[in-house]
Ligand binder design. Structure first.
Ligand code: FES
Length: 576
């Protein structure tokens, strides 16, 4: 028997298709029902194209076309493509939050790959939760897989100034609230900033996660920085399709290259990018699916001292299109080459170090060197204290330096609804030094941990010129936003964390350099308040939300489901 035939017979898909029994007869019969010739599916690896395209996923509106390019690459390399639609998680469309459904997508990907005659997978996504959801599922399925990032949208200009999604929406909203932007301009802005398909073009969660995916080896070199509407993006999609077929023959599964060193490379990229705080949660969850234990303190320790080198909003003043012209992620990784594990494998079969041999920085203003960082303060600081025993995070590079050490009285809101009702009340007792606190915005409390953590500045303070305050919550914040926002406080209030006990008027002490977040309240008083505390989580009676509330873990644990964490050998369905 020649080597090719032996390889063919070892394909997972052939365990569905090859046996001479009635079930396999039906598999073959139904593929022929779709117009496939026997020679096509009996001689080629079956490749899934897991596509998160939908009509309500604006950042992915080009992924249907890209799937065609991926198919072209698969066919030319001798594979057989099967496009499989997966959960639609268009970040700005989904209520209450896509975070409620990240684990849903991960489960769907794992089960799609498990249950079908698939030998390898191309994962199409990029809008915030889609990258971690796709990678978590693929890691658990452990079939050869390659990730095709959706790519950032193109820059826009408004009144001569470059503008992008997310960060500028927030900037313009604050000016509109302060009375500095007429309503006609505000409405006109709806048609600006997001002028092409693609993910948010600031260093928000989407670009953070696709870049981390590349640094960890799941993406062809440079692919995460290619704008969605560049013809290079289509070529990259086709190349990814061709490459996955080779990966199947090489049996290049995630478990062969994804390890603690790959996670370290993701952390280095995260910090140098000035990435989104959301990545802290997603990285812990992704690492866990790959059998790598990662804590918030590991993140803080491994990221310590790595400056922000990508001069991109919200830490800097440029956009992803500029980053691409500057050489993209490979140019950035070049600046921190000595901190990377260069021997880590990647999907193209070469090591990270070998891939970086072709990297070049072409714009030293956009991709900075370590002696000329883009922002003061790092991408992530981890805080502990009597308000956050299991940890909290803040992004110093997107905060106001004057607030990084601050003490002020708390103004506490029990819910988003209460905050929305009261925050702009002219009679509200609030100054720039007040610490705004929102609780019940965590995984259980909201539920789903929405991006509520960028609490609005009271309108009367906006009108007086205030643009930042210290804000605390157990919620998340959009990676495109900025401000002195302490996020992901764990345990969350709804789980009985100390955030549930703070009261308006208590003094909050934030000291980012010391890694502390405390309330000046005695242990005896906290014990008294705890005795009075009543859990307020609504238990869902049915549906996915019930599974979520019963099994989601806290922010410092990655918010994965307790029954999906860790690496286990994938179980193939019994075939009969
Ligand atoms: Fe999709 Fe920002 S809304 S990436």
């Amino acid at each position: 028997m020649d080597k090719k035939l032996r390889q063919l017979e070892s394909l997972r898909s052939q365990r569905w298709l090859a046996p001479d029994d009635m079930r396999s007869f039906a598999h073959r019969q139904r593929l022929q029902q779709m117009g496939l010739r026997r020679e096509e599916f009996m001689a080629r690896p079956g490749i899934a194209i897991v596509n998160t395209w939908s009509d309500l996923s604006p950042c992915h509106s080009h992924l249907r076309e890209r799937a065609e390019a991926v198919k072209r690459g698969i066919l030319q390399a001798g594979g057989l493509p099967f496009e499989l639609p997966a959960m639609s998680l268009g970040e700005v469309m989904v209520k209450p939050t896509t975070m409620l459904y990240r684990n849903f997508l991960a489960m769907e990907v794992e089960e799609l790959l498990r249950s079908l005659p698939i030998d390898g997978a191309v994962l199409l996504g990029g809008c915030d939760k889609t990258t971690p959801g796709l990678l978590m599922g693929a890691l658990s399925a452990d079939l050869p897989c390659i990730f095709v990032p959706a790519g950032p949208m193109l820059n826009d200009r408004y009144r001569g100034v470059p503008v992008g999604a997310g960060t500028h929406t927030k900037l313009f909203w604050d000016e509109y609230q302060a009375g500095n932007l007429p309503q006609t301009e505000w409405i006109a802005l709806e048609a600006r900033m997001t002028r092409t398909p693609g993910t948010c073009n600031t260093m928000g969660t989407a670009s953070t996660m696709t870049s981390i995916a590349e640094a960890m080896g799941f993406v062809l070199p440079g692919a995460s920085s290619i704008p969605a509407m560049d013809s290079a993006h289509t070529r990259m999609a086709s190349a990814s399709g061709a490459r996955i077929v080779e990966m199947v023959w090489e049996d290049l599964r995630p478990s062969t290259f994804f390890d603690a060193h790959a996670v370290d490379n993701g952390i280095v990229a995260y910090m140098a990018l000035g990435g989104s705080t959301n990545a802290a949660i997603h990285l812990i969850a992704i690492a866990g699916r790959g059998g790598v234990s990662l804590t918030l303190d590991d993140l803080a320790r491994k990221g310590d001292g790595i400056p922000v080198l990508a001069n991109l909003f919200p830490s800097g003043d440029r956009l992803m299109e500029d980053f691409y012209y500057a050489g993209g992620l490979p140019a950035l990784l070049l600046q921190v080459r000595d901190l990377l594990h260069l021997d880590c494998g990647t999907v193209n079969g070469l090591t990270l170090g070998e891939n970086l041999q072709h990297a070049r920085c072409m714009d030293a203003e956009t991709v900075r060197s370590r002696d000329n960082p883009a922002a003061q303060g790092g991408a992530l600081a981890v805080l502990h204290g009597n308000l956050a025993p299991s940890g909290a995070v803040i992004k110093p590079s997107a905060a106001s330096e004057k607030f990084l050490k601050h003490a002020g009285p708390a103004l506490v809101f029990d819910s988003m609804a209460e905050m929305n009702t009261r925050i702009h009340d002219e009679a509200l007792d609030v100054t720039e030094d007040t610490v705004l606190v929102l609780r019940n915005g965590g995984p259980l409390g909201a539920p789903g941990m929405p991006e509520w953590g960028n609490l609005p500045i009271p309108r009367k303070l906006l009108a007086a010129g205030v643009r930042d305050m210290v804000r605390l919550s157990d919620a998340r914040m959009s990676g495109t936003h900025y401000g002195t926002c302490v996020l992901h406080i764990a345990p969350e209030a709804a789980a009985g964390g100390p955030l549930a006990l703070i009261r308006t008027g208590d003094i909050v002490e934030l000291d980012v350099a010391a890694g502390r977040l405390d309330m000046r309240v005695s242990e005896a008083e906290l014990a008294r308040r705890r005795a009075e505390w009543q859990p307020g989580v609504q238990r869902a009676k049915r549906g996915y939300t019930r599974i979520f509330l019963d099994h989601v873990t806290q922010a410092h644990e990655g918010c994965d489901f307790d029954f999906l964490m860790g690496r286990e050998a994938p179980v193939e369905p019994t075939i009969f």
